[in-house]
Design a protein around this ligand. Structure first.
Ligand code: GN1
Ligand code: MG
Length: 374
């Protein structure tokens, strides 16, 4: 077992796992929470759970957040049940702590929760074929549809203004001005690149304010690695990481998926020559997403799919650079300039998306015509 920085006995006692504890493995994909797979032996059979420590520095209202997650997971569970699906694998459900609460606060005041583990499934960090990304698009489109009748007023904003690019830009400008880490001189070109794009930051927020885009229940963190793919069929069967499910724009979810998945390299690739925006991957995701969610989208949403991809990529670049300037207080980092490296990949993608914007819009139009949406 790996070195753990928490008291595992306490966690093993906190939840009613059942069976004999065998092992605990770190799942290291996320930038925010700490995630573990716990394995037990139940009468000779292996049973897994997903145990996660919530980052309460990022998520300031953990109890309210868990209320959201309880509601959303129940809703999705019932949907899967009513379509005759496998509730153990096609949705998440919460394993309550022994005291009946959907979380456990340990003696060090750390906040834990536990979910079913999606067996015989895997996540993907980097798209290797358009088909995989198309399947991710289908899965996120389905997720959006399944939540379309969820009572939106029952959701608290777990991070206020999470994708409000106007306030994100203001935060970024403040980070530049404060320069708390003293690193601003290391990234003058990147700062300049972002500063020149202030106008873009107001486009979707403006449409939202004018009532030109509908508020929906959205996921808000639609990275490819938040889809579990079935090991046998390759289909995207379950969407995970539900902490940011809250009212938002479908375009946030679409754009964020493209940001991460339509790249030829990892989010923290140091060699920018390897980082390219892939119109082919973009096309695949558009086709998958529109296949499942297209008929529910308004013309204003469809017309901004391409633009939202660029905007969400810019937003993420801005967040990484802001964190670098603030001294790496938000995202987990593995080395000194990790956030700067991440920012650079995002800005390279923004640049290439700008050059490909006409093509991207043509791809969306083409897919709409094929699917009878236009
Ligand atoms: C964070 O935790 P993870 O890796 O799924 C972040 C997202 C960013 C993403 C960038 C709550 O997501 O907003 O897009 O990193 N989540 C939060 O990779 O800030
Ligand atoms: Mg995640």
């Amino acid at each position: 077992m790996e070195n753990l920085n928490f008291n595992i006995e306490e966690i093993l006692n906190a939840f009613d796992f059942g069976g004999r504890f065998k092992s605990c493995r770190v799942i290291g994909d996320g930038h925010i929470n700490d995630t573990f797979a716990f394995t037990f032996d139940v009468n000779g059979e292996e049973k897994n759970y997903l145990v996660q420590e919530l980052n309460t520095n990022v998520f300031r209202k953990p109890v309210e957040l868990m209320n959201n997650v309880v509601g959303v997971t129940r809703h999705l569970y019932n949907k899967v049940l009513s379509r005759g699906g496998d509730t153990g694998r096609e949705c998440l459900f919460i394993i309550n702590a022994r005291d009946g609460k959907p979380f456990y606060i340990d003696s060090g005041n750390r906040f834990w929760r536990c979910f079913n583990y999606v067996n015989d499934a895997h996540s993907v960090q980097l798209v290797e074929s358009p088909d995989v990304f198309k399947k991710a698009g289908k899965a996120f489109g389905t997720f959006q549809c399944l939540l379309s009748d969820y009572p939106i007023d029952g959701l608290v904003e777990t991070i206020p203004n999470f994708h409000n690019t106007v306030s994100r830009f203001a935060d970024f400008k403040k980070a530049v001005k404060d320069n708390l880490s003293g690193r601003a001189a290391n990234c003058a070109d990147e700062i300049d690149f972002i500063m020149k794009r202030e106008k873009d930051c107001g486009v979707l927020v403006g449409m939202l304010e004018r009532g030109e885009l509908p508020v929906r229940v959205t996921h808000n963190d639609t990275k490819l690695n938040n889809v579990m793919f079935d090991n046998k069929t390759g289909e995207g069967i379950c969407i995970v990481d539900l902490d940011t499910v809250m009212p938002g724009l479908s375009l946030y979810d679409f754009g964020d998926s493209i940001r991460f998945g339509a790249s030829t390299a990892a989010e923290d690739e140091k060699d920018l020559d390897k980082v390219h925006f892939s119109p082919e991957y973009f096309k695949a995701y558009v086709e998958g997403y529109l296949e499942t969610a297209g008929s529910t989208l308004t013309p204003g949403e469809i017309d901004n799919l391409a633009f939202s991809s660029k905007l969400m990529t810019l937003e993420c670049g801005m967040r990484f650079l802001g964190d670098y300037l603030n001294g790496d207080t938000y995202f987990k980092t593995d080395y000194f300039d990790h956030n700067l490296v991440r920012c650079r990949t995002q800005l390279k993608l923004v640049d290439e998306m700008e050059k490909n914007m006409d093509l991207m819009n043509r791809i969306v139009n083409g897919a709409c015509v094929t699917l009878g949406l236009k």
